[in-house]
Design a binder for this molecule. Structure first.
Ligand SMILES: Cc1cc2nc3c(=O)[nH]c(=O)nc-3n(C[C@H](O)[C@H](O)[C@H](O)COP(=O)(O)OP(=O)(O)OC[C@H]3O[C@@H](n4cnc5c(N)ncnc54)[C@H](O)[C@@H]3O)c2cc1C
Length: 569
């Protein structure tokens, strides 16, 4: 059966689409807003900003998250910064250039109408967050500071030390809390959405598990918004917390919401390398470090071998024996090449035997030159918390001077290696951020729309906040405009009972397996297959092997067919 996919992209030149859309979309009048309920699942930057905005507009919002506080959504982990086309540096930036860089960075696979809108509203995000009191870094004179991120030749990234996500989330959380206090948002923390309820073809509610009591509960609304993050944890080891699961998005997919571009997984070049098989998570060292850090491996194989054997340390290798391979190969961008280029180049050097740690899977990120040029205080102002984090995890202080030779100071270099970081694929949405199920919307990292095969940084925070503060609050009204004439849907409706029963049965099936392996061990094996065969370098043979191994893993989980059925649902 042919499927008609309508992206609902407005007519007209790309730069006018959003203004035209807003000028002609349907609105909900203030009285009717009071009659309309919206479920928002997720309290990360996308969910919290959407819930706060919808509450402030007058809708009744039910806002869910797995964690014990909205502030623990994984957006809190974002370090480096958020892009906007302010052109504060007077270096030639503009809405068009941010649009162009993002489309190019996404290998021309993003939806251009969405990306243009994203670039347009990027400036409003910064104004909004400054008004909330987000402590963005400032120049000595008080103006907002910017730094550079890979793949762009302008400095357009706004940041708060190495904890931008945390500060932005505190801003969104305070906006959310104001609406909780005003009675417009009801928070449901420690709830996990397990399924979406569809009535007459429209999303009308969710089934969620109360993680404190273990009970399933029903919630109804006029529209459901999922803002539940990405699926990077498929790879087991990633920079995501283990709690970032894809249950909500998968339940929507099973109910018929399209899923798009799952192959687009961003691999971040600067993470702390894997150091053993007991790890469940990898730690990001923000891309911002590439502003001042230089990436290198030894020129000589014997030096690499000595580093791998532990008989030499990085600082002992003199300047002339270092290969700053990104600066050598890509002089126009140097260490700030896009993420995929930096990741593949690190893999290539390590595959050739130049890796610098005991596994041979690491390269150096070195601040010796910038510390000597700018002084340790300036470098610590910019990256202090990242230096501390690195030292806490590895017991090596990248700000420690080890030697001065011929006037050059040598500091401990960091060791880094690429890791799974962010997912650009996700639930398919149209221009209005509505999925293929009417009344079901998807925002932030869990949708697919704005990034294509994205190689850039600082654009995910921008998208999450654009969706939540500036896009969804408009587009959802186009759907809700005629919903207020219908009576509130009761959770006693048979459709709720059916979905709850099916959810309960699925849980029971899984609980009754009596398997011999831990869930974690299966997840780990899946992650290993994905990393090996669907990771940084992909070939036809590798992908076919990966599919075969995943199929075998699934078939060998247990000998019982009921488990296999449960694993497939
Ligand atoms: C270490 C790290 C650093 C990063 N640094 C940057 C950066 O510097 N710049 C940048 O632009 N991007 C960065 N990113 C990417 C960016 O942080 C994320 O893409 C973005 O924050 C995702 O926001 P979100 O609101 O879509 O999802 P999240 O912040 O992941 O929030 C998901 C929410 O959904 C809830 N949830 C999930 N499933 C369910 C369920 N079934 N039921 C109920 N609730 C559920 C969770 O509890 C949570 O509240 C970074 C990512 C990582 C991992």
């Amino acid at each position: 059966m042919a499927i008609n996919i309508d992206s609902k992209i407005p007519e007209g030149p790309v730069a006018e689409k959003w203004s035209n859309y807003k000028a002609h979309q349907r609105l909900v009048n203030p009285k009717n807003k009071l009659k309309l309920d919206v479920i928002v699942v997720g309290t990360g930057l996308a969910g919290a900003s959407a819930a706060a905005s919808l509450g402030e507009m007058g809708f009744n919002v039910l806002n869910f998250c797995i964690q014990d506080s909205p502030r623990r959504a994984h957006s809190i982990a974002a370090q480096g910064g958020i892009n906007a086309a302010k052109n504060y540096q007077n270096d030639g930036d503009s809405v068009y250039r941010l649009f162009y860089d993002t489309v190019k960075g996404g290998d021309y696979r993003a939806r251009e109408a969405n990306v243009y809108r994203l670039a347009e509203v990027s400036n409003s995000i910064i104004d909004q967050c400054v008004a909330q009191g987000v402590p963005f870094a400032r120049e000595y004179g008080g103006t907002l500071a910017n730094r550079s991120f890979g793949g762009a030749q302008v400095s357009r990234t706004f940041y708060a030390k190495g904890q931008t996500g945390q500060q932005l989330l505190l801003g969104a959380y305070s906006a959310l809390s104001a609406q909780v206090n005003a009675g417009k948002v009801k928070l449901y923390t420690r709830y996990e959405m397990l399924d979406v309820v569809i009535i007459d073809g429209k999303a009308r509610g969710i089934i969620a598990k109360n993680l404190v009591t273990g009970k399933l509960e029903r919630f109804s609304a006029n529209a459901v918004v999922i803002a539940t993050g990405g699926y990077g944890n498929t790879y087991f080891l990633s920079t995501n917390a283990m709690g970032c699961n894809v249950t909500a998005a998968m339940s929507c997919y099973r109910k018929g919401a399209y899923f798009a571009n799952p192959c687009y997984v961003q691999i971040h070049p600067t993470c702390i390398p894997v150091h053993g098989d007991k790890q469940s998570k990898l730690t990001l060292m923000s891309e911002s470090l590439r502003n001042d850090g230089r990436i290198w491996v030894p020129k000589k194989l014997e030096d690499a071998k000595a580093l791998q054997a532990g008989t030499k340390e990085g600082w002992e290798i003199p300047e002339e024996d270092r290969d700053y391979y990104l600066e050598r190969r890509y002089p126009a961008f140097g260490n700030l090449v896009p993420r995929d280029v930096a990741s593949r180049a690190a893999k290539e050097r390590c595959d050739k035997g130049f890796g610098v740690n005991n596994t041979g899977l690491a390269v150096f990120l070195d601040f010796s030159e910038s510390i000597q040029r700018l002084g340790i205080d300036v470098i610590r102002q910019r990256y202090g918390n990242l230096f501390d984090m690195y030292e806490e995890i590895t017991d090596v202080n990248p700000g420690e001077k080890r030697a001065t030779v011929n006037g050059m100071d040598y500091y401990n270099p960091m060791m880094i290696f690429p890791a799974i970081h962010y997912t650009m694929g996700g639930i398919w949405v149209d221009y209005e951020l509505q999925t293929s199920i009417p009344g079901l919307f998807a925002i932030g990292e869990c949708n697919f729309s704005d990034h294509g095969a994205n190689r850039l940084g600082a654009s995910a925070l921008m998208q999450g906040l654009a969706d939540g503060y500036f896009v969804l609050p408009y587009t959802i009204q186009n759907y809700l405009a005629d919903q207020s004439i219908w009576p509130r849907i009761s959770t006693d409706a048979p459709e709720f009972a059916e979905v709850e029963k099916a959810t309960e049965e699925r849980i029971q099936k899984l609980m009754n397996i009596k398997g011999k392996r831990s869930v974690d061990s299966i997840h780990k094996e899946l992650g290993h297959i994905c990393w090996e065969y669907i990771g940084m370098g992909r070939t036809k043979e590798g992908l076919e092997k990966g599919i075969k191994l995943i199929d075998e893993l699934r078939r060998n989980l247990t000998p019982t067919s009921s488990f296999r059925a449960a694993a497939r649902v």
